[in-house]
Design a protein around this ligand. Sequence first.
Ligand code: GUN
Length: 293
Amino acid sequence: MKLLDGKIVSQAVKDQLKTKTDARIAEGKKAPHLAAILIGNNGASETYVASKVKSCAEIGFKSTLLRLEETITEQELLSKLNELNEDADIDGILVQLPLPKHISEQKVIETIYVSKDVDGFHPESVGRMVQGLPAFYPATPYGILLMLEHYQVETKGKHAVVIGRSNIVGRPISIMLSKNEYPGNCTVTVCHSHTPNLKEICLQADIIIAALGRPEFLKADMVKEGAVIVDVGITRVEDASKKSGFAIKGDVAFDEVAAKSSFITPVPGGVGPMTIAALMMNTFKACEAKDRP
Ligand code: GUN
């Protein structure tokens, strides 16, 4: 078993971006600038956004963090987004999800300019990704691809089973892995809550992407010897032994599955840091795209 170490790979990606950012600044060009919007007081969202802002600082990007009250109206939020859309210094905009119930996620996603959509959630970004056109790839699946590439995991001709069909992870990674390029050329099966024979399907998988959000769902008896396991889960479960009062659990029962796998991502320290590295890649690309007239 070899660990797919998201901390190491994300650091390598961020180091490369820092070198390129320093070079931009030495040439008199602007630093990439990410605007992040955090609404309300969701503990997990706070942690993710803080990591994104910290990564910007490490690389030499500018960041603007807008903390908005849970009670903000949809219209106020959309106006804020339009201001950021029109602000020439801002290259990328992200609104941390989930949103309060009274705000339409879809409207928010569709308001962000495609050119600043570094989360890759806008329908036009998704459509472009599906058709193989230049596009911002959603950060979590993009991060997974960067990690598979770093460890030169063979994907061609492999059977990839994706558990989960969310717009953020399951659906986009299933499309990316089926593309005629590396990492890709997989035969992909997408499983979800209505899949009756999940265990049998998982047992046929060379690669499993577990992205359903159920702690330690994937057990050793569901996994073929030598499979590659990517764990996207990050659920907080109560744990009185931790100072924070909770532990982070992935969707994979790590110890038992690791013993059968060829490669496996840990949680934490696997896909999570890669999501941030991929977001930084997208922000850099958004900035570079503006250099061209
Ligand atoms: N919530 C969970 N994952 C993500 C993500 O990748 N981007 C944003 N904006 N919100 C999220």
